[in-house]
Every structure is written in C-alpha cells, then in structure tokens.
Design a protein around this ligand. Structure first.
Ligand code: NI
Ligand code: MN
Length: 225
C-alpha cells in the first residue's frame, strides 16, 4: 500500500492496480499548486464529509476519470444528482470492494455542503487491503469511539488530523493514537490556512516522547506500508 500526501486532508492510495483518492482539495490549496489535478488518476474517491476543503475537486476528477465515490448516503446522493456514480455507506457499515474492505466509522465534526445543504454525518474510514490496515480519521475531535477500532483490527497506520481549531490538535491526536492502538501516525489537516498552522518539530517531539512516530509528508511525498 502506497500513500501519497496531496496536501491538507487529500491522499492518494495505491492498492495493487487500484488508485484511491481521499478528500481531494487541491485546486483550492495554494500550497499544492505543484499537484496537477487534471492528470490525477482515481478508480475510487473516498469522501469523509461534505465540507469544501474535502470535496472541492471531487466533481471534476470523478467526471474526468469515471471514479466511483464512496461516502455516506447523503454525500453520494448529492453527487448522483450531478451524474456521478457512488457507493453509499453509513456509520458502522463495511463493504468489500475490488481493492479491499472499507468500514465507515464515527467522527465528531459537522458535514454541511458549502451551499448549506445537509451532508449527512461526518465519518472516517478503516481500509484493509494487501494485508495492511489503515485508519483515516477524517475531521474529528478525540472520541472514545476510536477505542472500538482496535477491538477488531490491528492498524498499520493511523492518519490523524493534528491542526487543532477545527479538529483534534497534537495532544488529543496523541491520545487518539493510544485509543486506536497504533504508534505509526501520518499527520494531516494542518498548515493549510492560518487557524491550523503547527510547529512541526514540536509536534514530532511530543509524539516521540510518547514512543510514537509522527510522519509529516511534504505535499506530493509518499510512504509505503
Ligand atoms: Ni470539516
Ligand atoms: Mn476540514
């Protein structure tokens, strides 16, 4: 499993012959101006919630690539009305796709579309494929529900928001990594705009002091599991 950070909360995941995108928000992110949205490949686009900084490039990429969306029922319905194919899920539900298994799990956040319409409840994803399992938390507060994940799964990586203000900050993300029982963390949802700027060295040191490895990838950089 190869995971590429595309800035903010956007990820590309290569699983065998399949390419997944998560929460594509690239054209609206000046820090990601070197990522060419027009050539990004996607077989599936996973969407955690309906906020602009998670859906901005969904429509254009899906229409160009024919990618199938995976999200909650309300978000899928919203994009189906634009002629985009999707697989609706809801919290606690799992489905086996060609690339692997996805579970839509709880997040504590909000999920309105930019026009104010209802985007369902926000979530995160547990994705299993190629004998690796990762948790993508989405935008969320620290929540005890995270403790449910390791009851069923041994995670190889937890992707956690660390930018604070709109989501967990660093200290809560450290607790979240305890809750999900995973010491390998990819941080995301930081530095994109003023409210969520972080001190990288301080963040890494705080995780390190708890015996954990916080990875902060440059935009366009990848890690391999
Ligand atoms: Ni959000
Ligand atoms: Mn967000």
């Amino acid at each position: 499993m190869k995971i590429t950070f595309l800035g903010h909360a956007s990820l590309q995941i290569q699983l065998g012959s399949h390419t997944l995108l998560v929460d594509p928000f690239i054209t609206g992110n000046p820090k990601a101006s070197h990522i060419d949205t027009d050539t990004l490949q996607a077989d599936f686009i996973l969407i955690t919630h309906a906020h602009q900084d998670h859906i901005l490039d969904v429509e254009s990429i899906a229409k160009r690539t024919g990618a199938v969306l995976i999200s909650n029922f309300e978000i899928i319905t919203h994009f189906q009305e634009k002629g985009i194919e999707g697989h609706p899920m809801n919290h606690g539900g799992s489905w086996s796709f060609d690339f692997g298994k996805v579970k839509y799990v709880n997040a504590i956040h909000t999920s309105g579309f930019p026009d104010g319409s209802y985007g369902g409840q926000p979530g995160g994803f547990v994705i299993e494929g190629e004998h690796k399992t990762i948790y993508i938390a989405g935008d969320t507060a620290l929540t005890y529900d995270m403790k449910l994940i390791p009851l069923q799964t041994k995670l190889d990586l937890a992707v956690l928001p660390i930018g604070d203000n709109f989501t967990m900050g660093i200290d809560d993300a450290i607790l979240a990594s305890d809750f999900v029982e995973c010491d390998k963390i990819l941080g995301y949802h930081y530095d994109t705009f003023g409210y969520i700027e972080i001190d990288h060295d301080l963040a890494k040191r705080k995780f390190f002091e708890k015996g954990k490895d916080l990875m902060l990838l440059g935009i366009g950089e990848s890690l391999e599991l």
